[in-house]
Write a protein that binds this ligand. Structure first.
Ligand SMILES: [Zn+2]
Length: 291
C-alpha cells in the first residue's frame, strides 16, 4: 500500500493512519560530504530508502524526509554543498513537526536516523520532550550498515546462496571483507552499498583512491587524556571518509543490505506498534502535570 505521507490524498489519509496503528516514522539524515564517490545526501537517502522498504513489510506512515541534520562544526565555513542548521533550529523544527503529526492522529513517532552526528541532540530532544505536556511519544532508531558487519559472517555461517540477492562473486567479496577485517565507517562499503541499491547513478567508484580514508590521529591526543573536543572526528578524517576503499561493491550487495536492514527496522516498528507502556506512561505524566 502507499505509505508515504506525500503521496497519499487527503481523502485516503485515514487508510494509512489505520494500517499504521498510530505509528509515523520520520526519516532523518543530513547533507554532508561522503568522500568523493557518494552524494551529499547519502544519509537521508539511506534512511528514507530503508524506511520506505520497511513500510512495505510492516505498514506505517513514512513522513517527509527531515533532511537537515547537525554536521561537524567546520561546516558553516565550507562551500562544497554541505549544509547545517543550528541545533536549536533542528529541535524547534522537529518538535513542531511532531505536533503536526500528532494532530493528524499518529501518537507514536519514530525517528529513523541515518546520521550519527544527530544522536547527541536527539537524545537531548527526547529528554526535553519528556518535560513537556503532550499526547504523543517519540523514540529513535539508528540505521546500521550490515554489509560490513553482518553479511560476510552470515555467509560463512550459512553457506553459499543463503543471501538470495548475491552473486557468487559478491559472496566471495563479502567473505573476503570479513576475513581480511576490512575497515568501515563513513562513506564505507555499507554506505556505498545502500546508494548503489537506491541510486546507482550517484555512485562514483572511479573516484576512490584519490582521497584517503585513513585516520590522521591528530586529535587522538585529546581522547587519550579524556578530553572531548568539538569536531574531533573531522580533524582525524579531513576527507569525510573513513576505512578501506569499497572497490568491488555491487548493486546486488546493496539490494541485499537494503532488504536485511528493512526487515530489521520492520521488526522494530512492530514492537513499537504493539507497545502500550510508552503511551500509558505518557498519560500518567499528563495527569500528574502541575503547571
Ligand atoms: Zn553517511
Amino acid at each position: 500500500m502507499e505509505t508515504r505521507w506525500l503521496h497519499i490524498t487527503s481523502e485516503n489519509f485515514h487508510k494509512i493512519r489505520e494500517a499504521s496503528e498510530g505509528v509515523c516514522v520520520i526519516p532523518m539524515g543530513c547533507i554532508e560530504k561522503h568522500g568523493l564517490h557518494l552524494p551529499l545526501g547519502t544519509d537521508i537517502l539511506e534512511a528514507s530508502g530503508v524506511a520506505y522498504a520497511a513500510s512495505q513489510i510492516e505498514p506505517f506512515c513514512v513522513f517527509p524526509d527531515f533532511t537537515f541534520g547537525d554536521v561537524g562544526t567546520n561546516a558553516p565555513t565550507r562551500n562544497d554543498g554541505i549544509l547545517t542548521l543550528t541545533v536549536e533550529t533542528e529541535m524547534l523544527l522537529l518538535e513542531e513537526l511532531c505536533e503536526q503529526i500528532s494532530k493528524n492522529g499518529f501518537k507514536k513517532i519514530l525517528i529513523m536516523n541515518g546520521h550519527g552526528g544527530n544522536n547527541p541532540w536527539l537524545s537531548t530532544f527526547l529528554r526535553r520532550l519528556g518535560n513537556r505536556k503532550r499526547d504523543y511519544v517519540v523514540s529513535t532508531f539508528m540505521l546500521e550498515l550490515p554489509a560490513l558487519k553482518k553479511m560476510g559472517q552470515f555467509l560463512m555461517d550459512n553457506g553459499p546462496g543463503s543471501i538470495p540477492e548475491l552473486t557468487p562473486e559478491d559472496e566471495k567479496y563479502l567473505i573476503g571483507c570479513t576475513v581480511n577485517k576490512m575497515r568501515g565507517g563513513h562513506a564505507c562499503l555499507g554506505e556505498t552499498a545502500y546508494i548503489m541499491a537506491l541510486y546507482p547513478e550517484d555512485v562514483h567508484l572511479e573516484r576512490l583512491g584519490i582521497e584517503s580514508g585513513e585516520n590522521t590521529h591528530v586529535a587522538d591526543k585529546f581522547t587519550e587524556v579524556g578530553i572531548s573536543v568539538p569536531a574531533g572526528w573531522d580533524f582525524n578524517y579531513p576527507n569525510a571518509y573513513t576505512g578501506d576503499d569499497p572497490v568491488g561493491c555491487t548493486e546486488t550487495i546493496g539490494k541485499a543490505q537494503l532488504r536485511i536492514e528493512a526487515e530489521r527496522f520492520a521488526r522494530a516498528v512492530k514492537v513499537y506498534k504493539e507497545d502500550t507502556l510508552l503511551l500509558e506512561d505518557n498519560e500518567k505524566r499528563n495527569k500528574n502535570w502541575s503547571w
